[in-house]
Design a protein around this ligand. Sequence first.
Ligand code: GLN
Length: 188
Amino acid sequence: MKKVGILALQGAFREHIQMIKSLGHQAIEIRNVSQLNDIDGIILPGGESTAIGKLLKDFSIAQTLINKINNGLPVWGTCAGMILLAKELDGDENAHLKVMDIKVRRNAYGTQLDSFATTGVVREVSEKEIPMVFIRAPYIVDIDESVDVLYKLDRNIVAARQKNMLVTSFHPELTDDKSFHQYFINMM
Ligand code: GLN
């Protein structure tokens, strides 16, 4: 059984907790820095990246989290979580944890397509079609060559992995498909 930390400062963390428990693993709500010591991996949920980024600093979690990720702690950022992990944000000087070699555009689908759902096969993760829910979602506009693209929607990268770091623009925790959560468990 793995101990999966779920950053629980703001956003859609409850749904991730349910998913992790339903796969038979322990879910630990992370609200302070000492809790980072006893986990096998951490999920950074969707929500508002500006708010979560500020809380990470206010609660003095950011620097320890950066060190742990750089030392190999498996991390998965969904939506706002992807924004938090990026080294660069498109048109915005204020990147947050700056650990993953991706450049991310916030709210990339604009107002018309603020939220939408689709499906797709992410070969690395599952042979089945996976439902994908996008909510004011970002996508990746540039990557380092050491980053693996897991899925593109049209021409845009919406799922990627670099070693111990996984990111998705969409929200698997808001669907009943557990493939991405299982894939992340397998990274631990
Ligand atoms: N648009 C949000 C942001 O920029 C992310 C949306 C989400 O996580 N569902 O932080």
